[in-house]
Design a protein around this ligand. Sequence first.
Ligand code: ATP
Ligand code: MG
Length: 412
Amino acid sequence: MSSLQPVRGTHDLLPDDSRRHRWVEEIAFAAARRYGFGEISTPIFEFTEVFSRTLGETSDVVTKEMYTFADRSGDSLTLRPEGTAGVARAFISNGLAQSLPLKLFYRGPMFRHERPQKGRLRQFHQVGVELLGVESPLADVEVIALAWRVLSELGVAGKVRLELNTLGDAESRLAYRDTLTTYLSDFRTALSEDSRNRLDRNPLRVLDSKDEGDRKIVEGAPLMGDSLTPAAREFFHTVTDGLTQLGIPFVTNPKLVRGLDYYCHTAFEFTTTALGAQGTVLAGGRYDELIAQMGGTRTPGIGWAAGVERLSMLVDEVPAGVRPITVIPMGDSLRAMAVAERLRRAGMTVDLGYTGNMKKRMARADKVNARFAVILGEEEASRGAVTIRDLDGGLQSEVPLASLEEHLGRLL
Ligand code: ATP
Ligand code: MG
């Protein structure tokens, strides 16, 4: 143990952080359910090839960011850096090709060995969706509409911008690859080392470079849009028309390429200027060849993933949790516990201090933002009664202990 600090780039989610986190996840899942998505949970580690073969051997994630280790039987395993590859693997392993179209939602931790910064962690969390088995661009529209719904319900739609591009079909991409390679080759020596490698192996990825020098060169690059086949152009039109009809604002960004190899046609990102350098909160695209590449029956797919930490930072106020009732004994504490237990059985949230005088207990009630105090005084006890104090208004009333649940239920 190097110290008692958490590993760099990892965080403990204390109850207040967790509440934000859960709220974001729940809003996303509730919206996804309304679009007909069910939840899938895949393991947080997979055989390394699940990621290395699908994300692309030249992607940043595979070359620099994966947590890969040999387990005790010598298998090479990797902590999942993203969700799509695992879902695609599960789709194949479980023979789900029978149940298309398939709409899946997932949430959970992802792991990437990156340089930690605000909004960039080594263990972070995503919510995401995958829609499998639909060739039609209507799927793209629906999946983006779901993203927009989630962002709207989180109250952050006003802070984000939807950027949209098409990567075309295979034919378009081949044509574009040639045009782009020709252009970039003239700048070979000026490109960063990473981009020189990408130029040989996957030139589209150069467009995604964050290097300043590369960005300048990329500014003058030919655009994907000019290499699109008529079919790919038509596909993209349907997507943009659909979004327009649904009233979802977007801008097209012809330089938008996603970092992973498996994307085709629609690529999109919701970006913000509110989080400094970590501007992308939700990103996704279409991946029609992924499942075939992994060895399954060709099944088109489209999906997105959003970073829960980044979303949490954008969200202003998360609804407060349930305000508890506090039970305050004047004498017998065990009796207080029995009363608390009764109220909890009735579905109420109850905080019970263990020690202290009235003053100390009221301070505690204040700290946990209790709504009512149930005070068990000796004198009332002799009458079979207790006192309920409204901690907001200060009013109090004596009620029979036997019907305490009823009284509180009415007040809540
Ligand atoms: P970036 O360009 O910021 O590195 P990315 O393209 O690598 O993002 P994706 O693989 O598309 O990100 O993941 C989807 C979302 O997951 C991102 O938009 C972001 O909100 C979140 N995310 C990705 N990597 C991290 C990370 N290291 N820490 C926190 N959130 C992350
Ligand atoms: Mg990244």
